[in-house]
Design a protein around this ligand. Structure first.
Ligand code: B1M
Length: 214
């Protein structure tokens, strides 16, 4: 039986192939995808985060661990997505300009998809103008901005301002999230929703879309 500690351990060592293999095995053994995500992959990344903060690890090691996390995430992705859910709307998602962190954003994307929302992923380092242009191009009702750096959170304010400047606030809602983002920051910049994690992000998105439709 695969243990979550094993998955976390291989992730910390950056062993993408082993992580992928163990995640597949864990699913075959009937372990739930949420359990694997939270207690295997994210637990391992949590240890990496602590060590990075304390200067025990540096950017290359963190990147290798992130790659291993993504390898596991790709296996979990179809399992985290409910099949045959009716499309509830479209969202564009990205990490804001100047910010290259995409692990959290990728998890939010998967959760949104799992809740029947069609998602256009704009990647990382996305400027306010790109978010708004992409939302218009794809007829999206929701812009989802992720930020992991205190220095890049300001770009979310620009997104909200731009939506207002263009008179789109009734057609396009803005949701914000990421480790340094809080409800009070969301309120201060006038964004429509904040979520502390991917699961509540998906719930908040579904509520926003339902409100707009009804
Ligand atoms: Co970065 N980094 N990093 N880093 N990095 C942090 C964020 C940091 C807190 C580390 C520290 O403790 N010092 C710190 C930020 C300090 C600050 O601003 N307050 C930091 C720094 C300083 C930097 C650099 C400047 C380091 C340097 O070069 N000297 C640099 C900046 C590069 C840039 O972006 N321009 C940098 C680089 C990197 C790597 C490239 C090495 C790598 C990123 C790899 C990648 O993403 N592909 C990296 C990583 C991995 C981290 C840590 C260790 C982990 C982040 C992570 O992925 N967490 C992080 C330390 C930490 O958080 N403990 C750190 C796991 C992820 C699942 O959580 O992203 O929070 P998170 O997402 C959650 C929620 O926040 C939420 O849902 C997700 C799942 O539940 N959520 C949303 C996220 N987006 C949402 C959107 C929503 C709703 C919810 O709605 C739209």
């Amino acid at each position: 039986m695969v243990s979550m500690e094993e998955i976390s351990g291989f992730l910390q060592k950056g062993r993408a192939r082993n992580v992928k293999q163990l995640v597949e095995q864990a699913l075959e053994e009937g372990i739930g995808p949420a359990e694997i995500l939270n207690h295997g992959l994210l637990a391992g990344m949590g240890v990496i985060g602590e060590k990075f903060k304390n200067n025990e690890l540096f950017v290359p090691e963190v990147l290798i661990a992130a790659r291993a996390l993504n390898a596991g995430l790709e296996v979990l992705r179809p399992k985290l997505m409910e099949s045959g859910v009716e499309a509830k709307g479209t969202a564009v998602i990205g990490t804001v300009k100047g910010d290259l962190h995409d692990i959290g954003k990728n998890i939010v994307r998967i959760m949104l998809e799992g809740h029947g929302i069609q998602v256009v992923d704009l990647g990382v380092d996305v400027a306010a103008e790109q978010f708004v242009e992409a939302a218009l191009e794809h007829h999206a009702q929701l812009i989802c901005c992720s930020a992991l750096l205190t220095t890049t959170m300001g770009e979310m304010h620009r997104v909200v301002e731009l939506v207002k400047e263009r008179g789109l606030q009734d057609r396009i809602k803005v949701m914000v999230g990421g480790a340094p983002v809080t409800q009070s920051f969301c309120d201060a910049i006038g964004a429509d929703a904040y979520a502390p994690d991917a699961a509540s992000g998906a719930d908040a998105a579904v509520k926003l879309l339902a409100k707009m439709a009804g």
